[in-house]
Design a protein around this ligand. Structure first.
Ligand SMILES: Cc1cc2nc3c(=O)[nH]c(=O)nc-3n(C[C@H](O)[C@H](O)[C@H](O)COP(=O)(O)OP(=O)(O)OC[C@H]3O[C@@H](n4cnc5c(N)ncnc54)[C@H](O)[C@@H]3O)c2cc1C
Length: 142
């Protein structure tokens, strides 16, 4: 029976998992792979500081997922994951429920400032992990 693998998040972790599992699928593993992200692009996180420094445009830090997954046996769903229904093995998204046999969570993280007073403010751009926020800061600096 085909195993339905649902991967949440097309960042570094999710994309790597999807590509590695697709390699196994090509080798004969009976899998169906679905990759979910709220954005239609993969964000090159390691370039975000260049966006704020205005040495690259925000577009250069975005790789369209459709392009990355072209000719790969990975279904792409653009949706925001809202809730896990562990009992029925579904992820509730703003585009509807998605079933899974195997679930990979790769939704990234948030900064922890360990309640250090003022740290969040001082951290500024380094505390941000969303491309649009870097772009907003770039425009403010410009
Ligand atoms: C400016 C900056 C520079 C960095 N430089 C380096 C470096 O040089 N070397 C290094 O090793 N690490 C670096 N890092 C850290 C590295 O980027 C992270 O460790 C890495 O991105 C984590 O990968 P991830 O797959 O866990 O999450 P992410 O890459 O953050 O991916 C998470 C994905 O999940 C999606 N997502 C989140 N929530 C939802 C939801 N509810 N529904 C649907 N989709 C959702 C997001 O859109 C995103 O695509 C840097 C980070 C930053 C911010």
């Amino acid at each position: 029976m085909t195993t339905e693998v649902l991967i949440l998040g097309a960042g570094y972790g999710g994309l790597t998992a999807a590509i590695e599992l697709e390699r196994r699928l090509r080798q004969g593993a009976d899998l169906h792979l679905t990759l979910v992200d709220r954005n239609p692009y993969h964000t090159l996180m390691t370039l975000l500081h260049k966006v704020i420094g205005n040495t690259i445009l925000p577009e250069a830090a975005r790789l369209p997922l459709e392009y990355l997954l072209h000719q790969r046996q990975i279904s792409l769903v653009q949706a925001t994951a809202l809730k896990l229904d562990l009992a029925s093995r579904h992820v509730i998204t703003d585009a509807g429920p998605l079933p899974y046999d195997c679930l990979i969570l790769a939704l990234g993280g948030e900064m922890d400032y360990y309640n250090v007073p003022g740290l969040e403010k001082i951290a500024g751009a380094f505390g941000m992990q969303v491309l649009d926020l870097f772009d907003a800061r770039r425009q403010a600096v410009s």
